[in-house]
Design a protein around this ligand. Structure first.
Ligand code: UDP
Ligand code: MG
Length: 314
């Protein structure tokens, strides 16, 4: 039986890049050593993306399209692509051609050569991205590695190849807030790097404004690390020590006569504000984890599919 590779492409308001993205991806599929198809996930786009994808699906049976009922986010869109995929391999790729589809044959060849279950693509450089984006990404991947119990490859996004074994394990994961690149590392098996230069977006704007980026980063941290909770306890412990030292100082001052406790308005205020701050901070950290528990316990689906095109399998 011929083997099959699916290219999973989440799209949110991507009308500016879609035609070019499809053209280049199709050209790659034509020269793959196996059968190929594209799974587009329209994550509730409000521009012409929906119609464009439907036209592509009508013309080309190798194009499968899932339309979400609204914008659920990049990670749920990729997750839906993996759930939908029945091929032997999947490549996860952005629609904006920052991750060049032309690399896919080399990535597939590497996985075959190394007998790897996953090939993750590491960004050697990033073209035309703002200094802020580059620095924040650097900081994020390094902090995640320090905080998490699982080790992640640095400077690696979702652009990667995964095989059937990894997809089958992925489908078993019950959590709703999925940090996909982390989960794939967590699943394990043989995973090897592939180095590449990340290009600039060919057209359109980033669909990750600062607010989405922060939510993405805090989700990743909350789902993969309990260290913030441990840090909160350490901070509480430190505050207790400081409080005890202050009490001792006041007592000694009274006994030895160097304290002017009755004029100590500012020191009392400082202590109140300090301890109040520590308490709010630690409660805030607790609250974040409770929020995650709340979301998980509601057990709502990760996404809702409105319509499928050319999806014969499920
Ligand atoms: N995307 C999505 N839903 C969203 C935001 C983004 O499906 O809510 C898609 C988007 O269309 C693109 C990919 O996720 O294919 C990555 O987004 P983008 O390129 O804007 O992020 P950046 O590369 O700037 O971090
Ligand atoms: Mg992009």
């Amino acid at each position: 039986m011929t083997r099959r590779l699916s290219i999973i492409v989440p799209c949110y308001n991507e009308e500016a890049v879609l035609a070019e993205s499809y053209r280049r991806t199709r050209a790659v599929i034509d020269r793959l050593p196996c059968e190929g198809e594209i799974i587009y996930i329209n994550d509730g786009s409000r521009d012409g993306t929906r119609n464009m994808l439907n036209e592509l699906a009508d013309e080309d049976p190798r194009v499968k399209v899932l339309h979400f009922s609204r914008n659920f986010g990049h990670q749920p869109a990729v997750s839906a692509g993996i759930h939908q995929c029945t091929a032997d391999w999947a490549v996860i790729m952005d629609a904006d051609l920052q991750d060049p589809p032309e690399l896919i044959p080399d990535i597939l060849a590497l996985s075959e050569r190394e007998g790897a279950n996953s090939v993750y693509c590491v960004r050697r450089s990033r073209e035309k991205e703002t200094l802020f984006k580059r620095l924040s990404a650097r900081l994020f991947y390094r902090t995640m590695n320090r905080m998490s119990e699982v080790q992640f490859p640095l400077d690696t996004g979702d652009f990667r190849l995964i095989d059937r074994k990894i997809m089958d394990q992925f489908k078993r994961l019950p959590e709703h807030g999925k940090y996909i690149r982390g989960l794939i590392s967590w699943i394990g098996f043989k995973q090897v790097p592939f180095y590449y230069e990340r290009k600039a977006r060919v057209a359109g704007e980033t669909k990750y404004p600062l607010s989405k980026m922060l939510r993405f980063a805090s989700n990743a941290l909350l789902y993969f690390s309990k260290k913030p909770l441990r840090l909160a306890s350490s901070l509480g412990f430190l505050a207790v020590i400081v409080g005890l030292l202050l009490a001792l100082w006041t007592l000694l001052g009274k006994i030895c006569g160097f304290s002017h406790a009755e004029t100590g308005w500012s020191s009392i205020m400082t202590a109140i504000i300090f301890f109040g701050g520590v308490q709010l901070l630690t409660i805030g950290v607790l609250g974040q984890y409770i929020g995650v528990l709340f979301d998980e316990i509601k057990n709502r689906p990760e996404y809702i599919i409105d319509e499928c095109r050319n999806c014969t399998d499920s």
